[in-house]
Design a binder for this molecule. Structure first.
Ligand SMILES: [Zn+2]
Length: 199
């Protein structure tokens, strides 16, 4: 759950402010303290408004280990990584000897906003959807996370500084993006549950 100090919300019935503490959120409701009201206000769980995403400069990046000046920014949602120009993160053919170990569409990194915690998750999966058939296709040489070879269809969260290996020869370090705490605070939603949110 989001961290927050005591907050004021408007009462659903009388509109006057009520002070809410974390235990009220744990209870899921608070009774209005104003004279002659006493309305039970159901509370939503605190979360961060997704409009915060519109103002962010980036969503994390991959840094090529053999040459850290090569930085590949990630976007929100699915990022296909590989040496094809159809990829969201297009690394060129990186050759060892005369062989490239990275598939055209090698792996997929999904950048997800966790609105409860106010931070990003980075989910790694070997392979990617084919640009024409849309069928999911594994890479030829596999994808590693911190030395572990991902199994077929497996999805794993990459932590900050996690090392993603494409084909066992080329490694990219994930630099996650952390939303500044002061900015997060201003997007924290603390409010009574509206009738249209009750289903
Ligand atoms: Zn009231």
């Amino acid at each position: 759950m989001a961290n927050f100090k005591n907050a004021l919300i408007p009462c659903q019935k009388c509109g006057r402010s009520i002070a809410v503490k974390s235990r009220d959120y744990e209870n899921g409701a608070i009774q209005c303290t104003h004279l002659g009201c006493g309305q039970i206000n159901q509370l939503t769980l605190p979360y961060y408004d997704e409009r915060i995403l519109e103002g962010l400069p980036e969503f994390g990046r991959l840094v090529y280990q053999a040459d850290p000046t090569r930085v590949f920014p990630l976007r929100l949602g699915a990022n296909v990584v590989g040496h094809s120009s159809t990829c969201d993160v297009s690394v060129e053919r990186l050759v060892h000897g005369d062989k490239c170990y990275i598939s055209r569409r090698h792996c997929t990194i999904e950048v997800i906003f966790d609105k409860w915690k106010g931070r990003f998750r980075y989910q790694l999966r070997d392979g990617a959807s084919d640009i024409n058939s849309h069928h999911y296709k594994s890479s030829l040489n596999g994808t590693l996370l911190n030395g572990y070879l991902l199994q077929n269809g497996e999805k794993i969260d990459i932590g900050d500084q996690g090392l993603v290996g494409l084909g066992g020869k080329d490694f990219f370090r994930l630099e996650t993006f952390r939303i500044p705490p002061r900015m997060l605070e201003s997007y924290l939603m603390l409010k009574p549950l509206e009738p249209d949110e009750t289903q």
